[in-house]
Design a protein around this ligand. Structure first.
Ligand SMILES: O=P(O)(O)OC[C@@H](O)[C@@H](O)c1c[nH]c2ccccc12
Length: 258
């Protein structure tokens, strides 16, 4: 059965565009406004980052956004409380990106309950290994929150298969070796990598890390079902370039799935 995320990413028949924003960057008050704007631009889902003091996978742009958010007192609890107040106005799935530590500190069961209450559809937990999923999956399942799993260019084939068979929502294919942030070009192995992930996946495969302009979006669309753009979106919001965001998100329009 398709979950909410999978449905949202496929029902329009076009490639998916999923922006990432850091909750609390620019003040938690701006979160609603940003989400409504991205929804209006045609984003198919939004990934909301929870700021954390040791963000091991984050590049400079996301790290700085995280520091700004932490400095103005943003916490997982405040984000969930805030999103709960305007969830009725958001129709696209919201996916939380958080490291494990804030979840454990919050309490897994309580987190799943409060996230569901805030209308959250999925979670990305980059430092949760496949082998350790069991202590969190039952709580997420109970509240119909999908766990989004990551694969990278260095993930062994057997492991990609295992992830493909467990996948819910979408598979997050990391297109570079290293941290988030803009890149000039992708690995030569990108096409083969994304195709191999697609071959074993029942759910859409979205590529992210280093995708920062329309040309790169179109390039990765050749090999997968959608894209996630973080650092560039954060920069454009910082520059208050809303037209630039609108234009970038609309790259997906008219590019059909398959
Ligand atoms: O910023 P980029 O290069 O566009 O990549 C997306 C990324 O920022 C976002 O999905 C993300 C931010 N932090 C992460 C940590 C792990 C996995 C993914 C993420």
């Amino acid at each position: 059965m398709m979950d909410r995320i999978q449905k949202a990413l496929t029902e329009k028949g076009k490639k998916a565009f999923v922006p990432y924003i850091m909750a609390g960057d620019g003040g938690l008050e701006s979160l609603k406004e940003k989400l409504l704007f991205l929804q209006e631009c045609g984003a198919d889902a939004v990934e909301i980052g929870i700021p954390f003091s040791d963000p091991v996978a984050d590049g400079p742009t996301i790290q700085k956004a995280g520091i700004r958010a932490l400095n103005n007192g943003t916490t997982l609890r405040k984000v969930l409380e805030k999103v709960q107040t305007f969830k009725a106005e958001i129709s696209i799935p919201l996916i939380l990106m958080t490291y494990l530590n804030p979840l454990v500190a919050y309490g897994i069961k309580k987190f799943a309950e409060d996230a569901a209450d805030a209308g959250i559809s999925g979670c990305i937990i980059p430092d949760l290994p496949l082998e350790e999923e069991d202590f969190i999956l039952p709580a997420l399942d109970e509240h119909e929150i999908s766990l989004i799993r990551l694969v990278t260019l260095t993930t062994p084939v057997e492991r990609i298969k295992e992830i493909g068979s467990r996948a819910t929502g979408f598979i997050y294919a990391v297109t570079v070796t290293g941290i988030t942030g803009a890149r000039n070009n992708f690995s030569e192995d990108l096409a083969a990598f994304l195709s191999s992930v697609k071959n074993v996946s029942q759910v859409p495969v979205l590529a992210g890390f280093g995708v920062s302009n329309a040309e790169q979006v179109r390039e990765v669309y050749q090999y997968c079902d959608g894209v996630i753009v973080g650092s560039r979106i954060i920069n454009l919001f910082e520059q208050e370039d809303l037209a630039g965001i609108k234009q970038l998100v609309s790259t997906a329009e008219g590019i059909s799935l398959t």
